[in-house]
Design a protein. Structure first.
Length: 157
């Protein structure tokens, strides 16, 4: 079981998408999907691109139960950018606006943490990382967008 948790931690920091945690009978951790929706920026290859000086706007974070018939939700979301605290949003849909005008073009780690609640499971905390690529010019955006949503891998503890 420790190997599975260690693997989950390692995968959460790589920014891989579409993975879900496993809920075993032993630990009763939630089995949920996490999706971030953006109002600005371009999602491509598991990364979010934003043209400077536009603000990156995370519109919502949505938690859904994988187990059929279960309900799941999250609580207040705390955000960091490269380890610097951006604050906590206690109200659903838990979005945030991140100014980019004072950032150097390059890649940043947007980290988030939140409590996760699912019926018949223990209270857990989900942590996730999104790679944000700040670019100086619209021509640096990828040609193909994956839409405005990003499914995240994450760690539950």
């Amino acid at each position: 079981m420790k190997t599975i948790r260690l693997l989950s931690i390692l995968l959460s920091f790589t920014g891989l998408c579409g993975l879900v945690s496993s809920c075993s009978e032993e630990d009763k951790l939630p089995n949920v999907n996490m999706t971030l929706t953006y109002e600005s920026g371009v999602v491509s290859d598991g990364m979010v691109y934003i043209v400077q000086p536009d603000d990156l706007i995370v519109k919502s974070i949505n938690i859904t139960a994988v187990n059929q018939g279960h309900k799941a939700t999250s609580g207040p979301v705390t955000y960091w950018l490269n380890g610097m605290s951006l604050g906590t949003n206690p109200e659903a849909p838990f979005g945030i606006t991140i100014p980019t005008k004072n950032l150097e073009p390059g890649k940043y780690a947007l980290q988030l943490s939140m409590p996760v609640y699912e019926e018949d499971c223990e209270l857990s905390t989900a942590t996730a990382v999104v790679v944000v690529n700040v670019v100086a010019d619209v021509q640096e955006l990828p040609d193909v967008s994956d839409g405005q949503e990003l499914n995240l891998s994450y760690t539950l503890r």
